[in-house]
Design a protein around this ligand. Structure first.
Ligand code: GLN
Length: 475
């Protein structure tokens, strides 16, 4: 069977009769089974998916199927699907099944998407390499000695490795975009509040967003239009009208694009990536867009601010995993305090514990003002400065990651080195703006790196349309 890069191709083949949906599901299942070493899927809902494929195929034949008929999707293991296991790739949720659907799952199913299985990720979405999962690391399908990025590493590996057509990820500081960059796919983090977080296992609630990981901009746009919009179960989900993004992918006129000079001159950026970005800037200028360097004096504060605030929120969000309400309980727990202590000690992995401790510290009396309070103020400054740039410019262009995929094990000993992976991605979460990673770059090694565009809040339409144009722009 041919490899599909978009639902458009799938639907064309369904229409002409050279493909049927159960066949497509079986194709992806056989790809999953052929490469178990990737460790992307924690669970495959094969029977259920085939049954649904048969039903949707019937509806499709009668012209009654929803707009996602043909979309075979993997779900990151932190998104709830009723009666299915969900574990945030943590031992602490062992044996837990969702008792309700997340809003995104409801909306995907209503448009006839097929959910194929549950995808490995960093435990509680904390990580940049997918090496923090309780179920083992995920490998990059483009080079199995390399990481796929994180925390949505299973999602990225599944899409890049042709194990499903699209996947959902979640992005708190780059977890959709950085793995998209390292595996050569499209990853979109929408504006904060564009998609409901109801049914997403929380990491840092004022940062988290669900988003699509796909092989094409069209699929990203289509999934966004299906999932976006107000939701009575999430008060932070915006009721702003949702455009039909997939039908509005034509960009008009010349754009004003900013790039942050210090970003491109930052010592951590790989020289080959840097040179390609400058080349891309020249191409865009030659097409008549204006591309200007801008000052952003807060680059050094992005990662520390992100880690103070997200660990604080995580320490609060993860308090509910106590050995009593959900999942894992220590076998030799006795008494209430002891049950909390033992279950949490045994159930959480090392990185999650590190962050709970860090978060508890920055929120503790005596340190609250110096760390949490200060970081909130810095977040505001970063937000305002980002907005100011976006008042004058349509987009901000940066690399998504500092380099191509790194080797498994390369950064695990050094948390700071791992945290610095997030240098270009956390700004969008701190400011709440939408950002996309596009697979435009390829290094001499053959491995990809992504180009990131940030846009104005709730202007995903412009961002996606320009991205569509950029997709012809390999550097
Ligand atoms: N790598 C970042 C972190 O470890 C981002 C994670 C995310 O976006 N979920 O926090």
């Amino acid at each position: 069977m041919r490899k599909y890069d978009s639902i458009i191709e799938v639907q064309n083949d369904l229409r002409s009769g050279v493909l049927n949906l159960p066949q497509l599901v079986r194709y992806y299942v056989s790809n999953i089974n052929a490469k178990p070493q990737l460790n992307a899927f924690l669970e495959v809902w094969e029977e259920e998916a085939i049954k649904r494929a048969e039903e949707i195929q019937n509806r499709f034949n009668k012209g009654e199927a929803g707009k996602l008929a043909g979309m075979i999707i993997g779900l990151k293991d932190n998104i709830c699907f009723k009666d299915h296991a969900v574990s945030a790739s943590s031992k602490i949720l062992e044996g837990f099944k969702s008792i309700y659907n997340s809003t995104v799952v409801d909306r995907l199913l209503a448009e006839d998407a097929i959910l194929l299985g549950r995808l490995n990720c960093d435990e509680f979405a904390m990580g940049s390499s997918n090496e923090n999962s309780a179920f083992g690391a995920v490998k990059n399908p483009l080079d199995e000695s390399k990481v796929p990025g994180g925390s949505s590493g299973g999602s990225a590996a599944a899409v890049a490795g042709d194990l499903c057509l699209a996947a959902l990820g979640s992005d708190t500081g780059g977890s959709i975009r950085q793995p998209a960059s390292l595996t050569g796919i499209v990853g979109l983090k929408p504006t904060y509040g564009r998609i409901s977080r109801y049914g997403l296992i929380a990491y840092a609630s004022s940062f988290d967003q669900i988003g699509p990981m796909t092989r094409s901009v069209y699929d990203s746009a289509l999934l966004l239009e299906v999932m976006a919009g107000g939701d009575e179960f999430d008060s932070t989900a915006s009721h702003n009208a949702v455009p039909e993004y997939s039908k509005l992918l034509e960009t008009k006129g010349k754009k004003k694009i900013a790039y942050i000079k210090d970003c491109l001159e930052s010592p951590g950026l790989n020289p080959e990536v840097k040179q390609r970005i400058y080349q891309l800037i020249d191409q865009l200028k030659a097409e008549g867009h204006s591309v200007d360097p801008v000052d952003f004096p807060h680059l050094d504060h992005l990662v520390p601010t992100y880690y103070v605030l997200t660990t604080a929120e995580a320490s609060s969000n993860l308090a509910r995993f106590d050995g009593i309400h959900y999942g894992y309980r220590s076998k030799d727990a006795a008494g209430i305090d002891n049950t909390y202590k033992k279950s949490r000690t045994e159930g959480f992995g090392k990185e999650v514990k590190r962050r709970i401790m860090l978060g508890t510290f920055v929120l503790s009396s005596g340190y609250y003002d110096a760390y949490y309070g200060k970081a909130q103020q810095v977040r505001r400054v970063i937000h305002d400065k980002t907005m100011k740039v976006l008042e004058e410019y349509d987009f901000i262009l940066t690399p998504t990651s500092t380099n191509e995929a790194f080797a498994l094990g390369e950064n695990t000993k050094d948390p700071i080195a791992m945290y610095l992976e997030d240098i270009f991605t956390v700004q969008a979460n701190l400011a709440g703006v939408p950002a996309i990673s596009l697979p435009l770059g390829r290094k001499q090694s053959g491995l990809p790196f992504g180009i990131q565009l940030m846009g104005r809040k709730f202007e995903e339409q412009e961002l996606l349309a320009f991205s569509q144009k950029m997709m012809n722009q390999e550097v």
